[in-house]
Design a protein around this ligand. Structure first.
Ligand code: ZN
Length: 464
């Protein structure tokens, strides 16, 4: 038994992901060591190494649960900073960037490379669970996009939730779009989701693979009459629902004009609220909508950097938390957030709410809570998101070896207040997925060369 255990020893501080005072484990009185057996945390305290045990020296380091990223579009990892969309708001940007560039991802190798790059960025920022809102599906698609992203996740050892997106109606932004933006029928969409559930979905609390039904937006990607069948089919299959909602003011205006209600009222009418549903953004919410989301347990994937980048606004995440609602943290696709880095996202969350809500609007602990436990709760991964005995060993060891982290009087808040960092060690399900600041077996230089080449190929195709 001893040979399969790992001892993370002597942390300077431990953030547990738990609520209130329990967020800060008292290393002085309760010990600073964490033992992992197989995929699980089996002891926390003052522990002596067992014979043959692998010991990871965490002295001088902050130890915390792996970040949980609840909304991403990994295929966009090769679409950063595209000049045509760099200063546009959501709708103009959607047309100029993700829609316009979809045809370039109609190759399994490019999608795989983008997914790998996105997950490498995340892993190197201490993220161990990734929910990817992958909506690159269309009738006659020549390769298996679900298999491609699951394979890449497995290769890197991260927990992967496929939010299987797509559309069953031609959207306004798709008017001059490539064939890759053509809609599926409702039957094609549902059959494909069910197939992915049978192939990949694991309902376990510590699952490495989950599937979610995730039409790209409830207002623009599907006709209203498809929403209930999608929700009911997801519940029949025992899977969750995810989509984008209330990202911009246009979204609110559209719902008012076309459906004569607010976006939250609209999805409520179509059975898209509940503990098994979460939405990305939710930037523009009325107090009544906040109450409805909290009362139904419907989750928010809070994407502050993407919302800043596109000028969408600042989501009322602290208000939803205060109302007892479920809030998680997410980077969104890299075409609208050039930094798919969870430390950076956490830092931004800590900053923007203070800018609009005052210096006590959100604490560093609140941000850690939403980025760890909050995300796991929303994804239904009940064994994930906290450092506790019996929970999954998704653990990040962050050394304080950057000058930006020096001089801190309360170093435990470094993962939030100091911005970008690089963990020395990351464990996911007890496996070492980052060691000495690097991903074992990954040639980072080769990945950079592949990314450069893919961007050059896309640029050449655009110029032709
Ligand atoms: Zn998104």
């Amino acid at each position: 038994m001893s040979s399969s255990t790992i001892l993370i020893r002597g942390a300077k501080g431990i953030l547990t992901g738990l609520a209130g005072d329990a967020m800060r484990h008292d290393v002085a009185t309760q010990g600073a060591d964490i033992r992992v057996t197989g995929s699980t945390i089996t002891a926390i305290g003052q522990l002596e190494p067992l014979p043959d045990e692998k010991v990871i020296d965490a002295s001088g380091c902050i130890v915390m649960p792996g970040w949980v990223n609840t909304h991403h579009h990994l295929f966009q990892s090769l679409l950063k900073g595209i000049p045509a969309g760099i200063n546009l708001p959501l709708l103009g940007w959607l047309t100029a960037v993700p829609v316009s560039y979809r045809r370039h991802f109609d190759h399994e190798a490019v999608l795989r490379l983008a997914a790998r790059l996105g997950m490498v960025e995340l892993l190197l920022s201490g993220c161990t669970t990734v929910a990817d809102h992958q909506y690159h599906y269309y009738p006659g698609m020549p390769f298996d996009a679900s298999a491609a992203v699951f394979d890449e996740a497995e290769d890197l050892g991260v927990r992967f939730v496929l939010a299987r997106g797509g559309q069953t109606i031609k959207r306004e932004v798709d008017r001059n779009a490539p064939p890759q933006c053509q809609p599926e029928t409702l039957e094609q969409f549902l059959a494909s989701v069910e197939k992915d559930v049978h192939r990949y979905h694991d309902p376990a609390a510590d699952a490495m693979r989950r599937v979610v039904s995730a039409a790209t937006t409830p207002t623009w990607s599907v006709p209203p009459e498809h929403l209930k069948p999608m929700a009911r089919e997801a519940r029949r299959l025992g899977i969750r629902l995810h989509s984008h909602l209330s990202e911009t003011k246009d979204y609110i205006t559209y719902c008012k004009e076309v459906h004569n209600c607010s976006p939250v009222e609209f999805v409520e009418q179509h059975e898209w609220l509940g503990e098994d549903v979460w939405f990305a953004h939710l930037v523009h919410l009325t107090p009544a909508e906040i109450q409805t989301l909290a009362a139904t347990g419907t989750g928010m994937a809070h994407c502050p950097q993407s919302n800043c980048r596109l000028g969408s606004g600042v989501a009322p995440a602290p208000a939803l938390m205060k109302a007892g609602g479920r809030v998680s943290l997410a980077v969104d696709g890299a075409a609208s957030n050039e930094a798919a880095d969870m430390y950076h996202e956490a830092h931004t969350a800590w900053m923007v709410h203070r800018a609009v809500g005052g210096a006590d609007a959100i604490s560093a602990e609140d941000v850690v809570r939403m980025g760890t436990f909050g995300g796991a709760q929303i994804l239904g991964l009940d064994a994930v998101g906290t450092l506790e005995v019996g929970k999954a060993a998704d653990i990040v060891v962050m050394p304080l070896n950057e000058p930006r982290q020096w001089g801190l009087h309360d170093p435990i808040i470094a993962p939030v207040v100091s911005g970008a960092a690089r963990p020395s060690t990351v464990l996911c399900a007890g496996k070492i997925v980052v060691e000495n600041g690097a991903i074992p077996g990954l040639d980072l230089e080769a990945l950079k060369a592949d990314a450069d080449e893919a961007v050059a190929t896309i640029l050449k195709a655009r110029a032709a």
